[in-house]
Design a protein around this ligand. Sequence first.
Ligand code: SAM
Ligand code: SF4
Length: 431
Amino acid sequence: MKILLVNPPNSGRSIPEEEYGIDSIKSIFRGEPLALEVLAGNLRDHEVMILDLKVEPDALVASLAAFAPDIVGLTGMTCEANAMVAQAKVIKANCQALVVVGGIHASNDPDFFHQPAIDYIAIGLGKASLRQLVLALEQGGDTSIIPGICKVGSGSTANYTPRQFSMADLVDDVPPAYELVQRYRQHYILTSLQLDMGFVATAFGCPFRCHFCCIKGLTDGRYLAHSIATVLRDISLLPDVPIIRLLDANTFANVEHATKLATALKEANLGKQFLADVRSDTVVKHPELMTLWKEAGLRAVIVGFEEIDDSSLSAMNKANSVAVNSEAITILHDIGITIIGDFIISPSYNHSDFDRLERYITEHQVDLPMITVLTPLPGTPLFDDMQAEISIDDLDYYTLTNAVTPTVMAGKEFYQRYAALLKMSHSGASL
Ligand SMILES: C[S@@+](CC[C@H](N)C(=O)[O-])C[C@H]1O[C@@H](n2cnc3c(N)ncnc32)[C@H](O)[C@@H]1O
Ligand code: SF4
């Protein structure tokens, strides 16, 4: 079959820009569409094309005409969900292809995609289930019985058999089809260093349950790690790429596995530098693991510090503390690993909350702070808690840089303080 896999265009909207002319807070997503490359890797006996609309925003109609797909697949995050539906409508207006959507929003809020322009919704990791769907479509089989695949029918809710995610869903033996984005590769750079950056997945899911986090829906809460050989294979498929972003929610959740992986990377001596996500409590409990990873090429870590008081961390179910966050910063500085620190500001913030966070970031010398606004993403426990307060339900604004519940401060002041905090944090910051 001919299958076109589409990465939606950059599509989020910005309240500070639209309402107050503050254009420094926008989220722009760059990087290769690893999820599509992974899906394509398991469809190698079909004719597959990847179209990256983040690079070629106007190329959909011409690509549909030139490639004439039987199936079009779209993935995206919550802030891209409207764009995915818009692309699905364009696809239906221009060709006969069946439309399948997947990704994190489809997994957490499948009902959203129960719309006429969409034929199937893939819930959770789709590498194995999309292949099953394609085979069933090709052979005229019953598509409604595939676990994790929802056939959009009548009614307004998505009915499907949930999938019990397991190692089999990683289909370890087939690599991502990196070759299908070769024509885009010069666009996939780490802008701060102007270096080529590639994405590799070592694990999916996370054993923790932070209330704001949308990761659970991808694996139904399981933590599934690729084998060491698979990770080494995938890295070696990106020979000319100096920086590898390990695109996992939590690369070090299984400490024994992460130790074996670092040892193997060190021995393989691939000459790569790595960026990866780690929890601060993992750093504090296992500083030796961070030292080993530094030796294996770990250049920078992304750490979710989130908040600067224990009661806020506890309300988020972060299962962590400010003391541990501070200790992790010291350890990482001592080892020489750059810290990209995630902090979440709440719409309930007042001037003194901004002052406190500003002081914390300055005093603790987080190398590159990333600051988001607490956002009740559909499908998360936070969404259930905050649903009644939501004042903006247009998902275009769910970029994590807009307040979608009312701010306590006047909106303009809130975004001015947010912009000033970003400016202060990023001046002189580097990786
Ligand atoms: C994958 S996690 C970061 C690293 C690591 N997993 C950890 O917990 O330390 C991604 C980060 O995005 C931010 N984030 C995720 N969901 C969010 C939401 N709903 N609202 C605001 N920020 C969010 C948080 O700062 C979170 O730490
Ligand atoms: S924020 Fe990090 S630790 Fe918390 S659930 Fe998400 S990935 Fe796991």
